[in-house]
Design a protein around this ligand. Structure first.
Ligand SMILES: [Zn+2]
Length: 94
C-alpha cells in the first residue's frame, strides 16, 4: 500500500516516485501542475486572510468606550480571523 497520492491525477505512488511540494504529492508528470495548484491554494488563503483583517482596518479597537463597543460587536469576527490564521499556519506546517 502506498501513502502517496498525486494531487492532480490521484495516482497511487511509491515513495521513490512521489514528488513533494509543500506537503502535497505529485507524480512525475504532474509535479509542475501540483506546484501551481498548491501555490494557488496558498494565495487563496492569504487573500482571504487579508480580506478579513481589512474589515477591521480603520476601526477603533482601543480601550475607549467606542473601541470597547466595537470589540464587543466584532468579537466573533475577530475570533474567526484568529482561527483562520491558524489555518494558514497549519497549512504551512503540513
Ligand atoms: Zn499525476
Amino acid at each position: 500500500m502506498s501513502n502517496y497520492t498525486c494531487k492532480k491525477c490521484q495516482a497511487k505512488l511509491r515513495a521513490s516516485e512521489a514528488y513533494e511540494y509543500r506537503g502535497a504529492f505529485a507524480c512525475e508528470a504532474h509535479f509542475d501542475e501540483v506546484i501551481e495548484i498548491r501555490d494557488f491554494e496558498r494565495n487563496q488563503i492569504i487573500k482571504e486572510e487579508h480580506n478579513k483583517t481589512q474589515a477591521f482596518k480603520g476601526l477603533d479597537l482601543s480601550d475607549s468606550a467606542i473601541g470597547k463597543a466595537n470589540k464587543q460587536l466584532l468579537k466573533q469576527k475577530i475570533e474567526i480571523a484568529g482561527n483562520e490564521s491558524q489555518r494558514l499556519k497549519n497549512y504551512e506546517d503540513r
